[in-house]
Design a protein around this ligand. Structure first.
Ligand code: PLP
Length: 408
């Protein structure tokens, strides 16, 4: 075979629903030298990362750490470790990722109950409470921001409802964390997971997770597997988490003071995750959310300025992604391909009931920036016109620039 050249990706502006272009300092952090698993530098970098993510999540949870793998690894670890076979799990589904949570809970052999709302809508807390009363689950698994529909499910009242009914509350905040409010403690979360490749501005491959003391208690009450030997005398020992890699009890012991060997922490991804949180907190959690809100508002105004129709309940849209209907007569996939080929800009297609109907445009992390928003809108205008749509000249850029100038 001929040996290919070194990796040399084309210049891209990633304006889809994720992954997005990473912060340059995050990419630099990943080329820092490796150290050993128990090098004092490594263990202190792990401890720093835990503390940084406590601030990102808005929590004092001891059980705040990373699961190595993409966001889905965090989801799987949370559900697999919190749910015993036969437990009832309630999943309110308002998009693709709700179905994913239900699937993972099913694979964990839970008795899964779903409620659904139309794509483009969110659930009122009262509907979730009524379902909790009916189903009596041990766990509520609820996506915060579902990128498939762009909706942001309000979570602030859900924790109190769960507490009232003795239900553990888990949320997948992958798409939303960093760009939208998230308050793990104030909102009463028992478990939450994320990934780096959305608003946190890193590559996929590390899943921040936070666990309340109550969640840790549930995990600890499962049978223990230590060095391959189950501790005798523990009533629940038959109840151990079936996965080794995703056994949060073992991962807690690895990140905790005992530092019991489990996997080898993915060093370069740890550096990346640490840097994502560091740049976020350096700018300020509220400031970063405000930057996402501004970029999202500008992009929304921009696509409307191009005469496009926004999908879903805009009042409940995440700050960092917008779904727009593909204009009548425009070949969606070909237009998206032209945007990539001619302008180096990637926007997203859609899944399920929205496939072929809407594009999703993200303004996340490093790309929640004025120049990224305006460049995307200028390119989109050119492509739409070339594909036969009638678009107001400069309408997108002007509307977005007005938002940035405070005239939106
Ligand atoms: C993007 C996204 C994920 C992605 O999972 P990966 O395993 O990192 O691909 C998960 N959940 C939600 C809500 C997302 O928006």
């Amino acid at each position: 075979m001929t040996i290919p050249g070194p990796i040399d990706p084309p210049a891209r502006l990633l304006m889809g629903p994720g992954p997005i272009s990473a912060y340059p300092s995050v990419l630099r952090s990943m080329s820092a030298p490796l150290v050993g698993q128990y090098d004092p530098f490594m263990t202190s970098a792990m401890t720093e990362t835990q503390e940084l993510y406590r601030q990102v999540w808005g929590t004092r949870n001891e059980g705040t750490m990373l699961v190595d793998g993409t966001s889905r690894a965090g989801i799987e670890a949370a559900i697999t470790s919190l749910v015993r076979p036969g437990d009832r799990v309630l999943v309110p589904v308002f998009g693709r990722f709700g179905h994913l949570l239900a699937e993972i809970a099913e694979r964990a052999m839970a008795e899964v109950h779903t409620i659904e709302t139309e794509w483009g809508q969110v659930f009122p807390p009262s509907v979730i409470e009524a379902a909790i009363i009916r189903v009596r689950p041990t766990l509520l698994a609820l996506v915060q921001g579902d990128t498939s529909t762009t909706m942001n499910q309000p979570l602030d009242e859900i924790g109190a409802i769960c507490r009232r009914h003795g239900v553990l509350f888990y949320s997948d905040a992958t798409a939303s964390l960093g760009g939208n409010e998230f308050e793990a403690d104030a909102w009463g979360l028992d478990a939450a997971t994320a990934g780096l490749q959305k608003c946190l501005g890193g590559p996929s491959g590390s899943a921040p997770i936070t666990l309340s003391d109550a969640a840790v208690e549930v995990i600890r009450s499962r049978g223990r597997v230590e060095a391959g030997i189950r501790e005798a005398g523990d009533e629940s020992a038959s109840d151990f988490v079936r996965s080794n890699y995703f056994d949060l009890g073992m991962i807690l012991d690895y990140w905790g003071p005992r530092r019991l060997n489990h996997h080898t922490e993915a060093t370069s991804m740890l550096y990346a995750a640490r840097e994502c949180a560091r740049v976020l907190l350096l700018e300020g959690r509220d400031e970063v959310i405000a930057r996402h809100r501004l970029a999202g508002a500008a992009m929304l105004a921009g696509v409307e300025g191009l005469g496009m129709t926004v999908f879903g309940d805009v009042a409940h849209k995440m700050t960092n992604v917008v779904a727009v209907e593909i204009p009548e007569g425009v070949a969606g996939d070909a237009a998206r391909a032209a945007l990539l080929e001619d302008f180096g800009i990637e926007i997203g297609t859609s899944f399920g009931p929205l496939h072929g109907k809407v594009w999703r445009i993200g303004t996340m992390g490093y790309n929640a920036r004025k120049d990224a928003v305006l460049t995307t809108l200028a390119a989109l205008e050119a492509v739409l016109r070339r594909f036969g749509a009638t678009v107001p000249v400069g309408g997108g850029v002007e509307a977005a620039a007005d938002v940035y100038a405070g005239r939106g």
